[in-house]
Design a protein around this ligand. Structure first.
Ligand SMILES: NC(=O)c1ccc[n+]([C@@H]2O[C@H](COP(=O)([O-])OP(=O)(O)OC[C@H]3O[C@@H](n4cnc5c(N)ncnc54)[C@H](OP(=O)(O)O)[C@@H]3O)[C@@H](O)[C@H]2O)c1
Length: 262
């Protein structure tokens, strides 16, 4: 869908080079004008994220859209190489570093070309974040092995972080248009790799809103293209292009957002 707009260049980051090469072949079959490039970037290792951001900054003088999409869900207890709980580290901390390192390029693009966007990818699963805290800061560098539905509470904290970091980004850098996507539930690798019990949580929790496998990207691509005067910065959008009704009080808590930023 992005390739059909004939962008000059698309970077695909990740660990799986062969999956990226298939996407790149697909992009090139749609747009002969688009240069598509894979860049290794392992979110479980901040040195790798830093290196990827520095390659992009060194090579490019313009970055129109940064889509912060990479994610894992309902993983067993674990830590990233830098000692963060796995989901918080991969889904939030790595994106925060990537965004921080590319902010200069995005701001320059907004100044010179009138617009630049960041699309953090969150999820309505954020409602499962620990009710008393939202984000348990004291536990971010532990495996958080102890909660009932612990793997969902770990995921939910990271998705809450994606949203409130996005809102804080807009507050601090209004020259960049930050629009947060909930892609909606669909049977990507994120869901199909789950065990029976966790799959049932996803299916039963989303009984009326499950999307087709070829529809999971629609909302975030819509956010790339929606005219800026028709979008509300810092807002969470559900598929497709609907401002969310799924906020918990943590989503709107300025102190939690400030602490996360710090
Ligand atoms: N599917 C749903 O129902 C659903 C619902 C709400 C929100 N979301 C969100 O949508 C986003 C995309 O998920 P998806 O459904 O498309 O899942 P997916 O098919 O499993 O894709 C996940 C992507 O994340 C990347 N990734 C995972 N671990 C990584 C790491 N350590 N370093 C770098 N990249 C990593 C993978 O790339 P490599 O394998 O190349 O590393 C892969 O491209 C996630 O943020 C997820 O939370 C999904």
């Amino acid at each position: 869908m992005l390739a059909r707009r004939n962008p000059a260049k698309i970077y695909i980051t990740g660990r799986n080079k062969s999956a990226a090469q298939r996407a790149i072949a697909n992009i090139k079959s749609i747009s002969t004008h688009t240069d598509a490039v894979w860049l290794r970037c392992d979110h479980a290792n901040l040195a790798s994220v830093k290196e990827a951001a520095e390659v992009i900054s060194a090579r490019e003088s313009r970055l129109d859209v940064l889509m912060a999409n990479a994610g894992v869900m309902a993983q067993p207890p674990g830590l990233t190489k830098d000692g963060y709980e796995l989901q918080f580290g991969i889904n939030h901390v790595a994106h925060a570093l990537l965004i921080r390192k590319l902010l200069g390029l995005l701001r320059k693009t907004a100044e010179e070309h009138g617009e630049a966007r960041i699309i953090p990818v969150s999820s309505l699963a954020l409602v499962l974040a620990p009710p008393g805290h939202g984000i348990v800061f004291d536990d971010l560098k532990t495996t958080q092995p102890y909660w009932v539905l612990g793997k969902w509470q770990r995921y939910a904290q990271s998705k809450l972080a994606n949203l409130i970091y996005g809102r804080e980004l807009f507050r601090r850098y209004p020259e960049i248009l930050t629009l947060v996507a909930d892609p909606g539930p669909s049977n990507t690798g994120l869901v199909s790799s789950l065990g029976f019990f966790d799959k049932m949580i996803v299916y039963l929790g989303n009984i009326n809103r499950f999307l087709g496998i070829d529809q999971g990207h629609w909302n975030q691509v819509w956010l790339v293209g929606v005219p800026k005067d028709q979008a509300k910065p810092g807002e969470l959008y559900e598929p497709v292009g609907k401002p969310s009704q799924g906020y918990t009080h943590w989503c709107l808590d300025p102190q939690l957002a400030e602490r996360l930023w710090e």
